[in-house]
Design a protein around this ligand. Structure first.
Ligand SMILES: Cc1cc2nc3c(=O)[nH]c(=O)nc-3n(C[C@H](O)[C@H](O)[C@H](O)COP(=O)(O)OP(=O)(O)OC[C@H]3O[C@@H](n4cnc5c(N)ncnc54)[C@H](O)[C@@H]3O)c2cc1C
Length: 422
């Protein structure tokens, strides 16, 4: 019987595992480490977040990106984007140093068990756990516009289906979306000789500004501080105070979750896109069908004028929608029991515990509760210690008969039940 099973080995799962191991919990961690970054982003991409806002979290603060770069003889400077491949290597390094063994098997089922949960791996092994932390990231939540969903994958893919873009050399590709994934994918396609256009709903594409220098006069810093999500006090609040964000009225949180930090391209990709990519902002796809040699897209602009174009392949860089009903590895009974927020994402308490006692959630799926930081690596720094505290509260509240609660350092003490608040 494990105290905690962590499902997922991306930035959030690895950070949670690091804090849980340091707290002395009996622990298992499942998932292919840094899979989103190794398998679902084309080579040549860069992080949009600043290096200093792209740390995984360990209790001693020893295994940050700067320490990795120093060991490897690399640089991680403000306003110098880091390649995705380098960040993936950093995550693997973090896993080796700060986390107990990661089991790369996928988890296919989590259901309520006799003393908590039964967790089943892809090859059929079943484990018992008192608590489970789901840190499954973005991949279960892929969002493709309804007009494109029925088309064959040879004609339409999601941007996260590609770890390389070679197959599109010399072809004609249409990328849907106005965010960084769309714009950087389009730049990489154009640079390898693909004819590429970007079709976005927004009337104008939005580009992030070149970052302010790290060192500035005090009055500039006071007016617009740096933060893990960008400059300014609003971003600072989202980035540094997720616990306070959760105390905002629910409609305010919902509005911010839906609108803050919307689609925008990084400053460093702008010139690459504007130089080589056909841009069609203010257009949405109303219908799509297969035609000889590709896809026909029917479009509508903001004035209501209909249009059409033909292309060989469509890449939907249309993001992710974190909804309870897409958590397919949860048994139907467990999934159905989870309370949801109005946007369909599962509700979480202050320690990231869902409405089902002992089931904890992390990452994107908690953004409506804890704010926009949960969509970024930076949010793991708040999530990991807070969630592990929540797990420890839950373990204290529901002790196994004759069981002892592990404490940091490896010894243990007997616990009596304590109330758990959400
Ligand atoms: C193109 C792109 C660029 C991005 N750039 C940035 C950026 O610059 N900065 C930033 O902060 N964020 C960026 N993000 C967001 C980024 O994805 C998240 O910040 C970060 O990866 C979240 O970490 P995570 O651990 O929640 O999820 P992920 O990194 O998605 O990791 C999820 C893990 O769960 C595992 N898993 C999933 N299902 C199961 C299962 N059933 N069983 C076992 N394991 C499972 C996976 O194998 C993986 O290891 C970007 C996203 C995209 C798509």
């Amino acid at each position: 019987m494990y105290d905690l099973v962590v499902v997922g080995a991306g930035p959030y799962g690895l950070s949670i595992a690091s804090h849980a191991a340091a707290a002395g919990l009996r622990l298992r961690v499942f998932g292919r480490p840094m899979a989103s970054w190794r398998d679902h982003m084309p080579g040549g991409m860069f992080l949009k977040s600043e290096p200093w806002a792209s740390n995984l979290s360990d209790p001693g603060g020893c295994w940050g990106l700067a320490a990795y770069c120093e060991e490897q003889g690399l640089t991680a400077r403000h306003a110098e984007p880091i390649p995705v491949a380098e960040f993936a290597s950093y995550g693997l390094w973090f896993a080796r140093h700060a986390v107990p063994d990661v089991d790369e098997r996928m988890v296919t089922r989590v259901s309520s068990g006799p003393h908590g949960f039964t967790v089943v791996t892809a090859d059929g092994e079943a484990l018992q756990a008192r608590t489970v932390a789901l840190a499954v990231g973005v991949m279960p939540f892929i969002e493709v516009p309804s007009a494109l969903r029925e088309l064959h994958p040879s004609l339409v893919t999601h941007s996260s289906h590609h770890s390389g873009l070679d197959q599109f050399r010399g072809k004609d590709v249409t990328v849907i979306g106005g965010g960084q994934a769309a714009l950087e994918t389009a730049a990489l396609l154009a640079e390898q000789g693909t004819r590429v256009r970007v079709l976005a709903r927004a009337e104008r594409l939005v580009w992030n500004d070149v970052p302010q220098p790290w060192e500035r006069p005090w009055w500039q810093s006071a007016r617009s501080p740096h933060s893990g999500l960008g400059p300014g006090w609003r971003n600072w609040f989202y980035s540094e105070r997720p616990g306070l964000f959760r105390r905002l009225p629910q409609p305010t949180r919902a509005r911010i979750a839906a609108t803050a930090l919307g689609p925008a391209g990084a400053w460093w990709v702008r010139e690459r896109v504007e130089r080589a990519v056909e841009l069609l902002p203010g257009h949405r796809v109303t219908a799509a069908c297969a035609v000889p040699g590709g896809v026909r897209l029917d479009t509508m602009n903001r004035e209501g004028t209909a249009g059409a174009l033909e292309t060989e392949h469509v890449i939907a860089a249309t993001g992710f929608r974190a909804q309870r009903d897409r958590l397919g590895m949860l048994s139907a009974e467990l999934r159905g029991a989870l309370a949801v927020l109005p946007d369909g994402s599962p509700a979480t308490g202050r320690g990231f515990e869902s409405s089902h006692p002992g089931l904890f959630l992390a990452g994107l799926v908690t953004a409506s509760g804890f704010g926009p930081a949960m969509r970024f690596v930076h949010g793991a720094t708040f999530t990991a210690p807070t969630l592990v505290q929540g797990v420890r509260r839950r373990l204290r509240a529901t002790p196994l008969r004759g069981a002892t609660l592990p404490v940091p350092g490896g010894s243990s003490r007997t616990e009596s039940p304590a109330p758990v608040s959400g």
